[in-house]
Design a protein around this ligand. Structure first.
Ligand SMILES: CC(C)(COP(=O)(O)OP(=O)(O)OC[C@H]1O[C@@H](n2cnc3c(N)ncnc32)[C@H](O)[C@@H]1OP(=O)(O)O)[C@@H](O)C(=O)NCCC(=O)NCCS
Length: 147
């Protein structure tokens, strides 16, 4: 996996919320990255985030993959699993601005896809704001197709 290898060679580590369950850090990272989503509007409060994202149906600690550099959280992807629809869903992928453009989101997506497959799901879906061109390009680059 060249993207994973490249990220690791540059000093990035990967983990999940199952190993590093710091909800406040996840909230802050998600909030910072989400500020760059067009028309995202006001972000959740911490309590709203816990209730509506971390404890949302289908979200498990294994499904939240994190990228770290020097112990600091620099990227994330969150996947929810929905057995009734045989579908997994990418809830959010984000990388801090200073770390973008180095293939980090693709490394995170690869780990998310590995998690989805290991969980026995056939489909992984997502959607983006139509003006979020970098996210759309990232999603296409990681192998998603428009349905
Ligand atoms: C979208 C985002 C996660 C991309 O993270 P990243 O680590 O910089 O992306 P990568 O370096 O892995 O790039 C992956 C691919 O996406 C595309 N891409 C990424 N940024 C791009 C940009 N600014 N313009 C055009 N294409 C871009 C490229 O095709 C790239 O692959 P390539 O370099 O092999 O051509 C990051 O910009 C981000 O956090 N944005 C704010 C949050 C957000 O919008 N998240 C998505 C909503 S869920």
């Amino acid at each position: 996996m060249p993207y994973l290898d490249r990220a690791r060679a540059s000093g990035v580590d990967f983990t999940t919320m199952a190993e590093t369950d710091d909800r406040r850090a996840l909230y802050e990272l998600n909030k910072t990255c989400s500020a760059d989503i067009p028309e995202r509007g006001e972000f959740f409060t911490y309590d709203e985030y816990v209730a509506q994202r971390i404890e949302a149906p289908g979200v498990t600690k294994d499904g939240v993959v994190l990228a770290l550099r020097d112990g600091q959280w620099i990227g994330m992807t969150m996947t929810s699993l929905h057995r009734d629809k045989d579908t997994a869903f990418t809830e959010m992928t984000g990388v801090l601005a200073a770390e973008r453009g180095r293939g980090l989101s693709l490394a995170l997506k690869l780990l998310a896809i590995r998690f989805v497959r290991a969980s026995g799901y056939r489909w992984l879906r997502t959607f983006h704001h139509p003006r979020n061109t970098s996210a759309i390009a990232m999603t296409c680059r990681s192998g998603f197709v428009d349905d």
